[in-house]
Design a protein around this ligand. Structure first.
Ligand code: TRP
Length: 462
């Protein structure tokens, strides 16, 4: 075990797992999905998914990881069988594909940091919507920033779990929260802020469609880094005397809180700018924030650059966890040298991300790549739909089934007792089992079927 590395203590694991969870999913993706899916009603469903479905699966992943001390593929092979190994393999593949596009978006955040801090982006008369469109279709900028980002990720992962991952998270996440709270206070003073708040906080349930459920579910998986074994991998570095249950609850609350705050920050800012619509899609934060930073005058560029820099760090602790999965897979299964593996896998994933980068206007072929669900989709959307929206809930479904039903000799329960002996025989334990066995798989299964019909066949059940 020592040679494999481990977190220094329970807080180390919590910091790293929370660092993995908190990222672009919370600050970039969550707000625009709320905006596209009708506001507060989406928020309510999202919260229900996170606590009722995802939290139990987080326990399952972490327990599997700690018990086996292996990557997802190795873990399922060890305590399951060859067929379960496929679930692990799907996870490793999803990790690779998610990182391939995540790194591109992280590159955008990095680019905005540079452009706001040093490129004089914030100046009067700039149309930030047009700017964003131009920026994402500019292949030179994209290449530069995303190469930079992948190198940073690889350097941290090569540094090892403990030194690399833990340290940054503990310092930079609190700073990000301070920044967001500052922007919330500023936003609330602007005209239109109250409309933004009511959009975000007062649910209108007539807005809900089948689409709302699957988007909320997929987003909860993505934001909590679940369904592909990232937490199996991180769980494999957790000590036997740490309580998994308390840790998972803390991680979930931390992640959800930061997403919630990001919404509280964005919507007043969006509604205070008449030119921006809440349903603007993936450009939402990149368009809404610069306009606000510009209104701050002289300190605008400083605040703006700091914000995007902190966002980059949040993304970095997430890319690190994504890269860690295929790296752990290769080093565990093929006994390769860890450092070399890191650089090889990172390079490979960078190349896998190139079509995504080209799909935002740079190349026609990748921009209108496939037709399904009633419209042309770009390559980025395809990868996101398949490897994030579908593969993560599917993986989560199997993880819950495995822990709840298939893991022999009460393996799941026994693993939870380590570091938390008092759990045995309690109501909480029964609850956890009930959720893992029935609630998570059933709800995920149902929503999964709905989403496949919806995304690929454009059939809405309600
Ligand atoms: N949760 C991260 C975010 O919200 C992204 C992420 C990191 C992730 N590791 C993951 C998503 C593993 C799915 C699986 O930005």
């Amino acid at each position: 075990m020592a040679s494999r590395g481990g977190f220094s203590n329970r807080l180390g694991f919590i910091a790293a797992a929370a660092g993995s969870a908190v990222g672009l999913g919370n600050i970039w993706k969550f707000p625009y999905e709320v905006g596209e899916n009708g506001g507060a009603a989406f928020l309510v469903i999202y919260l229900a998914c996170a606590f009722l479905i995802c939290l139990p699966i987080m326990l399952a992943e972490t327990a599997i990881g700690r018990n086996t001390r292996l990557n997802p593929f190795g873990a399922f092979n060890k305590i399951g069988n060859r067929r379960w190994g496929l679930v692990g393999l799907l996870g490793v593949l999803s990790g690779i594909m998610i990182l391939s596009f995540y790194n591109v978006v992280a590159g955008w955040a990095f680019g905005y940091f540079i452009q706001i801090g040093f490129g004089g982006l914030l100046s009067e008369g700039v149309n930030y919507g047009d700017y964003f469109g131009g920026f994402v279709s500019d292949i030179t900028d994209n290449l530069l920033y995303s190469i930079g980002f992948m190198i940073l990720t690889a350097l941290i992962v090569a540094g090892g779990v403990q030194k690399g991952i833990e340290r940054w998270t503990k310092i930079l996440m609190p700073l990000l929260v301070v920044m967001i709270v500052g922007l919330i206070s500023y936003g609330l003073t602007l005209d239109g802020a109250m409309d933004g708040l009511s959009f975000y906080l007062v649910p209108d349930f007539s807005e809900i469609t089948a689409n709302t459920f699957y988007t909320a579910l997929a987003q909860a998986f993505f934001s909590l880094s679940l369904g592909m074994g990232a937490l199996i991998t991180y769980g494999s570095y957790v000590g036997k005397d740490d309580s998994i249950v308390g840790a998972a609850a803390l991680i979930t609350v931390a992640d959800i809180s930061i997403a919630f705050l990001a919404g509280l920050m964005i919507f007043p800012l969006v509604f205070s700018q008449p030119s921006i619509e809440a349903n603007a899609g993936p450009g939402l934060v990149f368009v809404a924030l610069p306009g606000i930073f510009e209104t701050m005058g002289g300190i605008g560029p400083f605040i703006g650059a700091s914000f995007f820099l902190l966002l980059c760090f949040a993304a970095l602790t997430s890319t690190v966890s994504l890269l860690e999965v295929p790296v752990a897979f290769v080093t565990d299964q093929f006994k390769t040298n860890r450092k070399k593996t890191v650089y090889f896998v990172a390079t490979f994933i960078f190349f896998v991300g190139l079509p995504t980068m080209l799909s935002q206007g740079a190349s026609d072929f990748f921009t209108n790549f496939v037709y399904y669900g009633g419209e042309d989709k770009d390559f980025f959307t395809l990868i996101e739909n398949v490897f994030s929206d579908l593969a993560l809930p599917l993986g989560g479904f199997f993880i819950a089934i495995f822990a709840g039903w298939s893991w022999k000799n009460k393996g799941f329960q026994k693993e939870l007792y380590f570091g938390n002996a008092a759990l045995e025989g309690t109501f909480l334990e029964k609850m956890i089992l009930f959720m893992v066995r029935f609630v998570s798989p059933f709800v995920v299964g149902a929503i999964f079927i709905i989403s496949v019909l919806q995304i690929f066949f454009n059939i809405s059940l309600f």
